[in-house]
Design a protein around this ligand. Structure first.
Ligand code: FMN
Length: 210
């Protein structure tokens, strides 16, 4: 028990870990991740989250192909010129883009691609899909924190899921279900470390904003 990480240590060190080993992740560990996700709250306690653990070569390849399309469309022009953000200099941004490209090239080899879905019990409308976000992301974050605590690498990704028809076909989703996040999971190749975030003074006010 004593060598387990505390909750704050986990939160402050839960970086997106994109470079992952091909070594298989034990099924009981994968199920523990879903169990952690399943403890999260949902609106009206509907518990509509559903989790698909893609392990088969064919389904992983299909998701990897969709991710490639999404990544090339979204960051294609940044691969040569990553740019920068006020809180992320060119160097850091360039390292992130490199990791995204690594993940794109190796997605099909990653041992488990976990897809977080919602099942609404009726044909999904755009409003239902949008409303589902609030009830799926707490579980996704639980899963990411649990992975970090267990020494597994993981990252939330959405670029593979933009073509909703292709995703539904790849995963045989009924029309009552929508996919929200693809979380590649495996043993890390890179080092775990602390996240870098904006300072609290910049993002917090008491009572009113200005
Ligand atoms: C809603 C959402 C969508 C994301 N989509 C992707 C994605 O498609 N591909 C990817 O590599 N990372 C994706 N990320 C990961 C972010 O890039 C990452 O969390 C952010 O850069 C912070 O990284 P850090 O936690 O390592 O500091 C996504 C994160 C969130 C919250």
């Amino acid at each position: 028990m004593s060598n387990e990480m505390g909750i704050f240590e986990v939160m402050y060190n839960c970086r997106a870990m994109r470079r992952l080993d091909t070594r298989e992740v034990e099924e009981e560990k994968l199920m523990k991740l879903i169990d952690a996700a399943n403890q999260a709250p949902s609106g009206s306690n509907m518990q509509s989250a559903r989790w698909i653990i893609a392990r088969g070569a064919e389904v992983k390849q299909r998701l990897a192909d969709l991710n490639r399309k999404g990544v090339e469309g979204y960051i294609g022009n940044q691969i040569q010129n990553p740019g920068s953000l006020p809180h992320q200099n060119k160097d850091k941004r360039s390292r992130m883009v490199d990791a995204v490209v690594w993940q794109m090239e190796h997605m099909h080899e990653i041992p488990a691609l976990i897809v977080a879905c919602m099942d609404f019990g009726a044909e999904v409308t755009p409003a239902m899909r949008a409303g589902g976000n609030g009830s799926i992301w707490p579980g996704i974050q639980n899963l990411l924190l649990a992975a970090r605590a267990m020494g597994l690498g993981a990252a939330p990704t959405t670029l593979a899921l933009m073509d909703t028809d292709a995703v539904a076909e790849a995963l045989s989703l009924p029309n009552t279900m929508a996919a929200y996040c693809l979380i590649p999971v495996g043993y890390p190749l890179g080092n775990f470390g602390p996240v870098t975030r904006k300072p609290l003074e910049e993002i917090t006010r008491f009572d009113q904003w200005s």
